[in-house]
Write a protein that binds this ligand. Sequence first.
Ligand code: NAD
Length: 361
Amino acid sequence: MKLAIIGGDGIGPEVVDVAMNVLKAIAPKNEFEYESTPFPFSAAHFLETGHILDDADIAELRKFDAIMLGAVGGLPNDPRLAGGVIEKGILLKLRFDLDQYINLRPVTLYPGIETPLKDKTSEHINFVCVRENTEDLYCGLGGIVRKGTPQEVSNQTMVSTRFGVERCIRYAFELAKTRDRKHLTLVHKTNVLNFAGDTWLRAFQEVAEEYADVETGYHHVDACCMFMVAKPEVYDVIVVPNMFGDIITDLGAAIAGGMGIASSGNLNPDGVAPSMFEPVHGSAPDIAGQNLANPIATIDSLGLLLRETGRIKSDPEAIKCGEQIGAAVKLVTPKFSGKNLDRSGYGTDEIGRMVIDAMGG
Ligand code: NAD
């Protein structure tokens, strides 16, 4: 398997290094062969060279089976990075150009991790969000006129194509079919967004007819926020448009223990371009270079990379490595019991070592 590695900024390269050490330890045991190639794309690289990420870079990345990304972004108030230059220039360009149309985010409370939701355990918090990743308000459709005047007008348009919506919903049904509960909830705001919502709801209902074994439900996004906090056990798989998905998956990360634990994948499930995997957190400039970052979210994202890319490329050794990494993380998380995950007192490298030990060294 050919892996492109984008460490990025801040703690990004630190947590990715630790995750790649985990892979180095587990790969030979499963006869899994891989090569990894580093790429410099980051805010720091942009500030140093003026280069962000162009079409030639995308063509180069297409040659890989998957991309492992740490985090990109400099200091939040740096005026040289204003206007979302890095977010649009790197993250959105990768997702859009490589047609990574699913954003997959597991929300699982691991053993030993404390949730702010009193009385909820790993039994209650165990669902996956399937977020549409290439449409909606993220298309950049809209504009601003008479800027800076009292007559200023701006608009930003929500885009839902039947093609884009349906392929995302199909992925979610396929995923739900493989899980024990086989339950899928559509989250939208159909009562107010009655055009975009209508496209989603009809596609959902029509595709549902092909999946008699999957039970379905619908929640408005505001009700979903309430349920995620009050009764997260109602969810198994959630399918959701891009903007609402961005918001509810951060809430998901919070109830499952915080940013240090939240993993994600930007998937091109058809395998025509590489998928990209990354922790949900950013580059955390406040703790960069201090061996303080928790690498669990990145290690778990690497596990997801191996399982998903292994499935797409029919590579059983990769799937085995991914499953062993996932299992090892669940053996390590009880050691965080009662601790703040983001400031656990364990060093970044020490946590990596704990995962390698849990896999048998
Ligand atoms: P952040 O996620 O980087 O940090 C928020 C807080 O969480 C900080 O206090 C940080 O110390 C802590 N934290 C984050 N990850 C941690 C970890 N693994 N272990 C321990 N503590 C951790 O968010 P931010 O401060 O809003 O953003 C910093 C930079 O990251 C910005 O430039 C932003 O644009 C960028 N960013 C990038 C991505 C991405 O690459 N996908 C995502 C979010 C933010």
